[in-house]
Design a binder for this molecule. Structure first.
Ligand SMILES: CCCCCCC/C=C/C(=O)SCCNC(=O)CCNC(=O)[C@H](O)C(C)(C)COP(=O)(O)OP(=O)(O)OC[C@H]1O[C@@H](n2cnc3c(N)ncnc32)[C@H](O)[C@@H]1OP(=O)(O)O
Length: 282
């Protein structure tokens, strides 16, 4: 659960350092001058959230939290995609135990990122549908590169995003806009996302996005970190409480929904569509 941590306000000096990461699916780089940790997802081609990537993101977030970094920036090593959401292959003709673990780890990742006390920001250097949007909206600030898309498009796959998954989205967007976007499976362009407030800034490159995220985190340098953390919790505690109350039932709901024959059919067709898209590109 949420536990605010006192962070020294004295700037660190020295070179950048890398933390150990569970595998190569994420890297964590800490800027020793600013104390900000950048977590980069590295599962080509699109950072599809399979079980291993989710486990790795979770352990990197925990590592950053234990290191008392000044802030956390999440981004991607893929040139065009921040994160394509859940790896659809995990949901198609699934192994039941693994599917259960995938959903549990998606919950764990959201909970760790949404409830972390340090400032968080997403440098969205590419498309961010579904689970990608979930990561971005769990953060406090979002900077996105031009000509990309972000949103919760679950209904397109015949699945329903549960309340906890939508809560970050609802922190940012007016309820009416959120309801319409979810029911329409709307993916916002970068410009639309800025106009609606789903993102905070546009940057021309990933590097600039990371810089803008760091500048946002820097705005807290003179704010008491405990007061900041408790204030953040005040805004997020109710969603976290509700999530913990419902998380087990939520896993059962997910399993039963994904296993429905018509949903399996929809997921299969969606996968085919992705493959056809690639064939048409060639
Ligand atoms: C109680 C129940 C609650 C259920 C709630 C469920 C909550 C979460 C759900 C999800 O996250 S579902 C996943 C939703 N994601 C998407 O719909 C994104 C699909 N992908 C795309 O739109 C595009 O790929 C892209 C991200 C915009 C990137 O486009 P780009 O043109 O750069 O690449 P592609 O050629 O399309 O893809 C490359 C390669 O990657 C495969 N792929 C793409 N997305 C996924 C994915 N989500 N899972 C698995 N694989 C994916 C795609 O098929 C290509 O594969 P190859 O053909 O190269 O093998």
């Amino acid at each position: 659960m949420f536990s605010p941590r006192v962070v020294s306000l004295v700037p660190r000096t020295g070179p950048r350092r890398f933390m150990s990461t569970a595998s190569k699916l994420t890297t964590v780089e800490v800027n020793d001058k600013t104390g900000i940790a950048t977590l980069t997802m590295c599962r080509p081609p699109v950072n599809g959230q399979n079980l291993e990537l989710l486990l790795d993101i979770k352990s990197s977030i925990k590592e950053i939290e234990n290191d008392s970094s000044r802030g956390l920036i999440i981004t991607s090593a893929s040139p065009k995609v921040f994160c394509a959401g859940l790896d659809i292959l995990e949901m198609h003709k699934p192994d039941q135990q693994r599917l259960r673990a995938v959903w549990t780890e998606l919950q764990n990742v959201w909970c760790a990122l949404y409830g972390i006390s340090m400032p968080t920001a997403a440098a969205i250097n590419g498309h961010a549908p579904a689970g990608g949007c979930l990561l971005a909206t769990a953060c406090e600030y979002r900077v996105m590169v031009p000509d990309c898309r972000i949103g919760l498009n679950e209904t397109q796959l015949g699945i329903i995003a549960p309340k906890w998954l939508v809560s970050g989205f609802l922190n940012i967007l007016p309820k009416r806009v959120a309801e319409r976007a979810l029911t329409q499976s709307r993916l916002f362009t970068t410009d639309e996302a800025l106009q609606e407030g789903l993102i905070d800034e546009i940057a021309n490159s990933k590097e600039e996005a990371v810089e803008k995220c760091a500048a946002f985190i820097g705005t807290f340098s003179k704010v008491n970190p405990v007061a900041r953390a408790l204030t953040k919790l005040q805004f997020r505690a109710e969603n976290l409480r509700q999530f913990h109350k419902e998380r087990e039932q939520d896993v059962e709901n997910f399993l039963s929904l994904v296993n429905r024959p018509e949903v399996q059919k929809g997921i299969g067709a969606y996968l085919e569509g992705l493959k056809k898209k690639k064939a048409n590109k060639q």
